[in-house]
Design a protein. Structure first.
Length: 365
């Protein structure tokens, strides 16, 4: 969709941005319709297809949305029991919103969420009640995510009683056993959250999430508010519990070293969209997208004699309320070409199980 004009005796393409955008949307809509018709994968606990979440910014008097912020745009992946998917990216890229949309704490604007073989995308709150105990979340801040006026025993007993996990006369024994699994002493049962350190509070949050025997746990930066030594303890605890309970984790973080340690698959997001997806080995040994390479170059090296080849990204992240045309990353990409400013790159599989969206890769393909 590009004409040519002559500049200094060189033919340069002229892009019709509106026509290109319409062509891309039509192609994407066709792909979405085809993917929605695919059978559900019985081996997956969670299957997300073209997830999209928008927040209204401006409305007319009649309530019609005239401007919206696209927080998550076209996110897809599969996750099996016992696996961990790491979602990484800069602050504001849509990681947390994606996790909350999967749990339907935010109602998705579009896409499909298939959990345990059921399409729960359009489930009402009453229908979600039974699903809630199978999918849980560990929040980022262990200080504000616990009710201050309830004891640890009360916090952990409430979901067990509400969902009738065990008979009432067995609730306390069940909770004490759960506390032991999470490294909490039995005499913590009568204590209040303000009496604990950050690491202990996060253990309480983990115990609360696991109290209803879930199949899926969304870990929303569960160690970012903790000291490094405590982070290691919490990560090891999460891995231990995953082995024992065969849990599926969606691990949201900006700490690549933590993600590398705990994840099996990694999804890289930028401005609400997926830039790259693959196994941990693929992403860390052969990063394809310039944004992924820039993220990895920012990881500190503990060896002071090693020279760091830091890729510096110029400028600020564009507003998700007004994302740039073409590739969303082109405004900061050091390798951006003219085509990147006008045409959205296709999200393609360049190696088995290794996906990326970049025009530079298309030329090499």
């Amino acid at each position: 969709m590009a004409d040519e004009k002559v500049i200094n005796n060189v033919a340069a393409p002229v892009y019709d941005d509106e026509a290109l955008a319409a062509e891309y949307q039509a192609k994407r809509q066709k792909q979405i319709e085809e993917d929605f018709k695919k059978p559900i994968d019985p081996d997956c606990v969670l299957e997300v297809r073209h997830l999209r979440k928008c927040f209204p910014i401006k409305k007319t008097v009649t309530g019609k949305v005239t401007k919206e912020l696209v927080a998550v745009d076209d996110v897809s992946f599969k996750l099996k029991a016992g696996e961990t998917l790491g979602i990484v990216g800069e602050s504001g890229c849509g990681k947390t919103t994606a996790g909350r949309a999967i749990l339907k704490l935010h109602q998705p604007t579009g896409g499909q969420i298939i959990f345990d073989g059921k399409d729960i995308t359009n489930y009402k709150p009453k229908q979600m009640r039974e699903i809630r105990k199978q999918m849980q979340i560990i929040f980022q801040d262990p200080y504000s995510s616990l009710p201050p006026r309830d004891t640890v025993g009360g916090i952990l007993s409430e979901p067990v009683e509400v969902h009738k996990i065990v008979p009432k006369d067995q609730v306390k024994d069940y909770v004490l056993d759960l506390m032991d699994k999470c490294g909490l002493r039995d005499y913590y049962f009568e204590r209040y959250p303000h009496e604990f350190s950050g690491g202990q509070r996060q253990r309480i949050c983990i115990a609360r999430a696991l109290s209803v025997n879930p199949k899926l746990v969304i870990c929303d930066e569960p160690v970012s508010a903790l000291d490094v030594s405590i982070q290691a303890q919490i990560i090891n605890l999460l891995k231990k519990l995953q082995r024992e309970m065969n849990l599926a984790y969606v691990f949201i973080s900006h700490d690549l070293s933590v993600v590398k340690f705990i994840s099996d698959k990694i999804l890289v997001m930028y401005l609400g969209a997926v830039m790259e997806f693959g196994t941990k080995e693929d992403i860390f040994t052969n990063p394809m997208h310039p944004y992924t390479k820039a993220l990895f170059s920012a990881v500190p090296n503990p060896d002071p004699t090693t020279k760091m080849d830091r890729i510096k990204l110029e400028g600020d992240i564009p507003s998700p309320a007004n994302p740039p045309k073409g590739c969303r990353f082109h405004t900061r990409c050091p390798y951006a070409k003219e085509v990147c400013k006008h045409i959205t790159p296709d999200y393609k599989e360049y190696e088995p199980g290794h996906f990326a969206a970049c025009h530079l890769l298309e030329k090499q393909d």
